[in-house]
Design a protein around this ligand. Structure first.
Ligand SMILES: Nc1ncnc2c1ncn2[C@@H]1O[C@H](COP(=O)(O)OP(=O)(O)OP(=O)(O)O)[C@@H](O)[C@H]1O
Ligand SMILES: [Mg+2]
Length: 342
């Protein structure tokens, strides 16, 4: 009898965002802050989201957990392990938040309650999500606490305002990881810290992520952090994904002129100090006045007539990459190479 070799089934991603649109009602009308974003995060994978200020990184992260303040998902799906989170009721969402997906914000002060000691907040967070008694929660909190290198006493008895920014972020990391989430969303977790503390916090995040086998969605401005931390990178521009792919390849050989320009604006060890860094001309267009065609064409050194007219889709490229640029419409190697020189 012939033996049939079973075809390996593709592993579904842990988080899959599909065609996500987010709107806000403002006094001047409705604006669309996220306009068709899609990307995925696999189990234990680290995915970095980069892009200029206002490109929709935080709104996307908040939309995953349905934490949009005054905004709504107008279209698209957020699949968590195959279940669409956009259709879940509050109770089901609460079970997932903190327990399966945890989030760390740029400013820990906004997420810590000023009225309670930080030790109390870790214990209560655990009791809420894990439904364990106080004693068990205290034991687990203490182990997370020491793993996050926040000195247990007297720090645990302090209130958030009595700790430094770095210590507060360690507390947030301890709270976030106390329930061993399968995904950690970290939105600019080190932007408010100085560089030495930043390096320590990133190291801690990486260490704990490996220990707890969590996936991480890391929002950052810093290409150095991307290079050191992420398996894959997703580049945002004006509420859309313009490029995504494995980190090393995207950084070495960007396929979208915006990614190339972002990278050219980053100082590197090889940069000639006498030569100024290339700034991207202009600013991200306001939500109410998005240009027609490609949203980046008004700032793009490689734009031609078609770019003002045709809105490029996110085009698949070899090696699990994709880019939203007309240069790839017919996908020739020559055109792809041309992007690098943008
Ligand atoms: N509550 C809100 N009401 C109206 N517009 C909003 C609201 N929250 C965000 N926006 C708009 O959505 C867009 C995307 O904002 P978002 O905070 O996601 O940017 P970002 O990429 O995280 O930027 P940064 O790097 O500065 O954190 C911006 O134009 C912002 O003004
Ligand atoms: Mg943000």
């Amino acid at each position: 009898m012939p033996t049939t070799v079973p075809t390996p089934q593709p592993v579904p991603p842990l988080l899959q965002i599909e065609d996500l649109h987010v709107e806000f009602d403002t006094p001047d009308g409705t604006v669309e802050a996220v306009a068709g974003v899609g990307f995925s995060v696999g189990a234990q994978e680290t995915v970095a989201v980069v892009g200029e200020s206002g490109s929709g990184k935080t709104v996307t992260a908040l939309a995953v957990l349905q934490l949009l303040d005054g905004g709504r998902i107008s279209r698209g799906r957020v699949l968590w392990d195959g279940t669409d989170l956009t259709g879940l009721d509050r109770r089901a969402l609460r079970r997932i938040r903190g327990n399966e997906i945890a989030m760390i914000f740029q400013d820990p002060m906004t997420s810590l309650d000023p009225l309670y000691t930080v030790g109390h907040q870790i214990v209560e967070g655990l009791r809420l999500h894990r439904r364990i008694d106080k004693r068990a929660a205290r034991g687990r909190a203490s182990s997370c606490w020491s793993r996050s290198h926040a000195r247990p006493a007297p720090q645990a008895r302090r209130y958030p305002h009595q700790l430094s920014g770095g210590q507060r972020q360690r507390v947030m990391i301890a709270i976030a990881l106390a329930c061993s989430p399968r995904l950690l969303i970290a939105d600019e977790p080190t932007t408010a810290l100085d560089v030495t503390i930043e390096a320590q916090i990133l190291e801690l995040l990486r260490e704990l992520q490996a220990e707890y086998r969590s996936a991480m969605l890391l929002v950052t401005h810093d290409m150095g952090v991307v290079a050191e931390t992420a398996d894959r990178v997703v580049v945002f521009y004006a509420g859309q994904v313009v490029e995504q792919g494995p980190t090393a390849e995207v950084l070495r050989d960007p396929q979208h002129p915006y990614t190339a320009a972002l990278l050219a604006a980053v100082p590197s060890g090889e940069t000639d100090r006498a030569e100024p860094l290339a700034a991207i001309p202009g600013v991200v267009p306001p939500l109410r006045a998005m240009p027609s065609g490609c949203r980046f064409h008004t700032r793009c050194a490689r734009a031609w007539d078609d770019c003002a007219r045709d809105e490029p889709p996110l085009l698949p490229l070899p090696g699990g990459r994709s880019a939203r640029c007309l240069l790839h419409r017919s996908g020739t190697a020559l055109q792809a190479a041309a992007v690098k020189g943008a």
